[in-house]
Design a protein around this ligand. Structure first.
Ligand code: T3D
Length: 261
């Protein structure tokens, strides 16, 4: 399939999804939303893909909603409907993908662009990148799961201030605060992120998918419930061929070769 605002390149077991509206800092317009939904579906249905890398072109990662598509004075908008139609399925789709999703934040991420990054499993950012909680600057509240992700990652004090003052945080501080995994030199971002995705693609995919499931639930459950979930998931992991291979490789003192199931 040919896309106008994104590209999806599949190489062996890793897929690279690139946002491609650099003149608008890869802000999300309706076409991009449509195309992202199709691309995520294609990734979900392709069982050969064992890791996904998401990045942007140009000097931005994603500047959130394309404000050229919004003119509230002309047409009173129902932004709840756009969250239902686009943003919420996007976040749910990323969280439900049973493979690791790596974000390479190549430049500024603003508004829903921050949520898009934080909905990924492992986030690397270029040193020059920044995260802008732009919503309140235009009279909105954070969406794309940010009122859920951000306090869990950096705590309520920092989240509240950032959300209310529409503040910007540089990649280095984001890493120091635990908002992202790491900040890397600009020139190394692409190769490091690609290595990261490719390495994850060689790991036991089924187990990685279940780690995601466990972490998706960990904030809402008490310890007893989480122990029960771990038992259920571990039962499944223990029946996987990757577990068999992992233990066999350990005994044979060699590196395991995981098939992903
Ligand atoms: O609406 C709904 O459906 C509800 C859901 C909402 C989700 C949201 O994401 S709401 C938040 C929307 N995003 C923003 O408010 C961010 C707006 N952008 C900015 O604040 C700044 O552009 C940045 C902080 C991201 C970057 O600043 P800077 O100085 O580095 O770049 P710039 O000069 O402002 O932007 C460069 C170009 O990108 C510029 O275009 P031009 O003048 O060169 O033709 C600018 O207009 C364009 N651009 C940046 N962000 C957006 C955008 N165009 C449309 N929509 C954008 N969001």
């Amino acid at each position: 399939m040919t896309y106008a605002t994104i590209s999806l390149d599949i190489s062996d077991t890793t897929a690279l999804l690139t946002l491609k509206r650099p003149d608008k800092l890869n802000s999300l317009n309706a076409v991009m939303h449509e195309e992202l939904a199709v691309a995520l579906q294609a990734v979900a249905e392709n069982t050969r893909i064992r890791a996904l890398l998401l990045t942007g072109t140009g000097r931005g990662f994603c500047a959130g909603q394309d404000l050229d598509e919004r003119s509230p004075s002309r047409t009173p908008p129902d932004l709840g409907a756009t969250l239902d139609r686009w943003y919420n399925p996007l976040v749910r789709g990323l969280r439900a993908l049973p493979i690791p999703v790596v974000a390479a934040v190549n430049g500024v991420a603003a508004g829903a662009g921050v949520g898009l990054a934080l909905a990924c499993d492992v986030v690397l950012a270029a040193q020059s990148a920044s995260f802008v909680m732009a919503f309140s600057n235009i009279g909105l509240i954070p969406d794309t799961g940010l009122t859920w992700f951000l306090p869990r990652l950096i705590g309520p004090a920092r989240s509240t201030a950032l959300m209310m003052n529409g503040g910007k945080i540089q990649a280095e501080d984001a890493a120091r605060w635990g908002m992202i995994w790491k900040c890397v030199d600009d020139e190394n971002l692409r190769s490091e992120a690609l290595n990261c995705a490719q390495e994850l693609a060689q790991r036991p995919t089924k187990a990685l998918g279940m780690i995601k499931t466990a972490l998706n639930h960990c904030w809402d459950q008490n310890l007893d419930q989480q122990l029960d979930l771990e038992r259920t998931l571990q039962r499944t992991a223990g029946l996987s061929s990757d577990y068999e291979e992992g233990v066999k490789a350990f005994h044979e003192k060699r590196q395991p070769v995981f098939a992903g199931h």
